[in-house]
Design a protein around this ligand. Structure first.
Ligand code: AMP
Length: 216
């Protein structure tokens, strides 16, 4: 199964993507995680990417498409995958189509998770991420047992630089301007399913699973 998860920041794409990838055993390809890995190497590319991410802007399309092209060459992607946070612009969507046609692949489904701005802002400002294992928690809905420590690995829970209120507002603006048009793009191609992303984690997972096409 080859899937794309689309949706505004804070809708729970990362959380749902991780659950689904475990359930159907496909790799989780998050361009945000890939970029954060590049940043941690302190390379020139990482430093450049950081200047965009810290301001809530999108990293240039050619950088993203280069990273994705390289990732699709890894053998673990041959049986399917889930893209989380990619594509985020129309040129990225066209670029993905081109990459896939070169390797004779098609996307099966694009899942658009939807929710109101107020909920997104509340979730993002209360989101904490484990600096060691990447687990995501929320101070309101799923606080860790010990304050500031990850339940899974005891790593330190940190607030992402781009989860600060002024950056959150910018990311939402960028989403509406540059990413939301992809909903119409994939709807026109009959590849889109729309899912209400508001509810408990389990409720949203169940909605997604109910609506995914059944594998033959
Ligand atoms: P995410 O973890 O998906 O919320 O992404 C965090 C940040 O990484 C975004 O705000 C962008 O600055 C950058 N980013 C992630 N994926 C992409 C993408 N497909 N295109 C451009 N920038 C991206």
């Amino acid at each position: 199964m080859r899937l794309v998860f689309l949706g505004p920041p804070g809708i729970g794409k990362g959380t749902q993507a991780k659950i689904l990838c475990q359930r159907i055993t496909i790799p989780h390809l998050s361009t945000g995680d890939m970029l954060r890995d590049v940043i941690s190497t302190k390379s020139d590319l990482g430093k450049e990417a950081r200047t965009y991410m810290d301001r809530g802007r999108l990293v240039p399309d050619d950088v993203i498409l280069g990273m994705v092209e390289e990732r699709l060459q890894q053998p673990d992607t041959h049986g399917g995958y889930l893209f989380d946070g990619f594509p985020r612009t129309l040129p990225q969507a066209d670029g993905l189509n081109e990459l896939l046609s070169q390797i004779n692949q098609n996307l099966d489904t694009v899942v658009a998770l939807e929710g109101e701005d107020e909920i997104l802002i509340e979730r993002l400002s209360n989101r904490r991420t484990c600096g060691s294992c990447g687990a995501i928690t929320n101070l309101l809905n799923s606080p860790s047992q010990e304050e500031g420590k990850c339940d899974q690995c005891s790593g330190e829970l940190i607030q992402r630089d781009d989860d600060q209120p002024n950056v959150i507002r910018e990311r939402l603006k960028v989403y509406k301007r540059q990413t939301e048009p992809l909903i119409a793009y994939y709807a026109e191609r009959d590849q889109l399913i729309r899912i209400n992303g508001v509810g408990t984690i389990e409720e949203v997972t169940a909605r997604i699973l109910e609506n995914l096409p059944k594998e033959e």
